[in-house]
Ligand binder design. Structure first.
Ligand code: GAP
Length: 433
């Protein structure tokens, strides 16, 4: 990440974090006690957005494929795992301390500091320690620093218990923890975050595995674009040798052009046989009886970073009006239902009835009968609701409602009996997967 660009447009980040808090997307964790650096809580709309991202990812990685299965492994593992995986030795960042104010920084972040008198870099391990057991001294274990190792340690279990054959993948979504030296840029660098990862096991073959690696790069960047992320704000950045993780044969990042500079939010790594070899695991081809250590192509995305970048990318201002142009599949609320006037019982009754129906058909649905209709539209635009349905006097006569589109502000009259069809056609648009 280019930290020098950090201060270029701080107002965009301020606007987004303030909207996120005001409308219930993201709050600072433990805020009533002053917060806790590097930890965040997702509010009623944030949890919907994040779940929608995870759901779409799972759909494209597991349900739409025949060669990928899912898993959910434990956060705390036998500490031997972290020794074998190399994390106890190599999961580190160089840390420097400012001699004037004694603040500590990840070495690459020190450029943005006001003083310029630094200690020599010290190697700092990012694994978060936890103490377990009832007898002293308690046993030291670790919160997982990546969700990956649970997949590797279960490799033979999955092969033995399901019908997978190489090439195949194991997908997982879950929390990871890193004792980051300098958390920051809102949720971008947190100490607790979620990852969505695929470990794809292939035959050890240079040319073939490179082809599969290139193919996953394309699939992953296309996935972000298919969910509305602006293509020209996305790019690949290959790792130079000295930037590569301890396990990577070769690696590239998908970066987004955030207000604080181009920033990584998904890594595509060719991990070779590093992990399975370290854990002493291998694969037996049942047909040829050939035994070998598969190579691994990994796609490792951050759910929180994706959530942040989908929010930033969707943020538009039109005068006073703020619009979150989130893809309908990601929008936390799909539809809002209003009675045109809140003091007309017939309209309210009909609108409540329709609200109840749509809530079951395309949840979640919002209800709003406050203020005037214009204010209700503004309020829904700001949280990204793609469609607002209004029950008016004509509805009582001919069973039609108006649907107002968030992005064009255009209105269309549709029969109530056609609504489910109308919304499912929009939500299941096959050009966006
Ligand atoms: N298993 C490989 C792995 O963990 P990584 O590049 O260290 O690779 C993958 O992490 C993704 O996890 C990153 O691209 C990012 O989206 C997310 N991530 C990593 N550290 C993070 C942090 N401190 N806060 C939020 N997300 C983080």
């Amino acid at each position: 990440m280019d930290v020098n660009k950090r201060s270029l447009s701080p107002t965009v980040m301020e606007k987004i974090s303030s909207l996120a808090k005001r409308r219930g997307f993201i709050y600072p964790d433990s805020e009533i006690y002053g917060g806790y650096q590097g930890f965040w809580d997702y509010g009623p709309l944030g949890v919907e957005l994040k779940n929608n991202i995870k759901r779409q990812w799972w759909k494209s990685m597991v349900y739409n494929r025949e060669d990928i299965v899912g898993m959910d492994t434990s956060i705390i593992m036998n500490p031997v795992v972290w020794e074998k995986s190399g994390h106890l030795k190599a999961f580190t960042d160089p840390m420097v301390e400012c001699r004037e104010c004694h603040k500590r920084f990840k070495e690459e972040d020190k450029k943005s500091h006001e003083h310029d008198d630094w200690t020599e870099p010290k190697i700092f391990n990012l694994l978060t320690e936890v103490l377990l057991g009832t007898t002293e001294p308690k046993e030291k274990a670790y919160l997982r620093g990546e969700i990956t190792q649970g997949v590797f340690t279960n490799f033979e279990n999955v092969v033995a218990s399901s019908r997978v054959k190489i090439p195949f993948g194991i997908a997982q979504i879950g929390k990871a923890f890193r004792n980051e030296i300098t958390p920051g840029n809102f949720t971008f660098r947190s100490r607790e975050f979620e990852q969505m990862e695929l470990e794809y096991f292939v035959k050890p073959d240079e040319a073939e595995s490179k082809k599969i690696f290139e193919n996953w790069k394309e699939q992953r960047i296309n996935w972000y674009e298919s969910l509305g992320m602006t293509a020209k704000k996305l790019r690949f950045q290959d790792h130079k040798d000295k930037e590569k993780a301890h396990y990577a044969k070769y690696a590239t990042d998908i970066q987004y052009e955030a207000p604080f500079g181009w920033s990584e939010f998904e890594g595509i790594h060719h991990r070779g046989d590093f992990d399975l070899k370290n854990h002493g695991l291998s694969y037996l081809d049942q047909e040829t009886q050939e035994k070998y250590i598969p190579w691994v192509i990994e796609t490792s995305g951050g759910v929180d970073r994706a959530t942040l970048f989908f929010l930033i990318d969707a943020y538009y201002e039109d005068g006073e009006r703020v619009i979150l142009k989130l893809h309908p599949k990601l929008a936390p609320i799909k539809v809002a239902v209003f009675p045109l006037l809140s003091n007309k019982p017939d309209l309210v009754k009909k609108a409540k009835w329709l609200f109840g129906k749509l809530k079951i058909a395309i949840p979640p649905v919002a209800w709003d009968d406050r203020g005037n209709i214009g204010k209700r539209y503004f309020s829904q635009d700001e949280i990204g609701t793609p469609w607002c349905v209004t029950v008016d006097f004509q509805t009582l006569e001919d069973e039609t409602v108006t649907i107002r589109d968030r992005d064009t502000a255009k209105q269309e009259r549709v029969g109530i009996d056609k609504l489910n069809e109308w919304f499912s056609a929009k939500l299941n648009d096959p050009t966006s997967e």
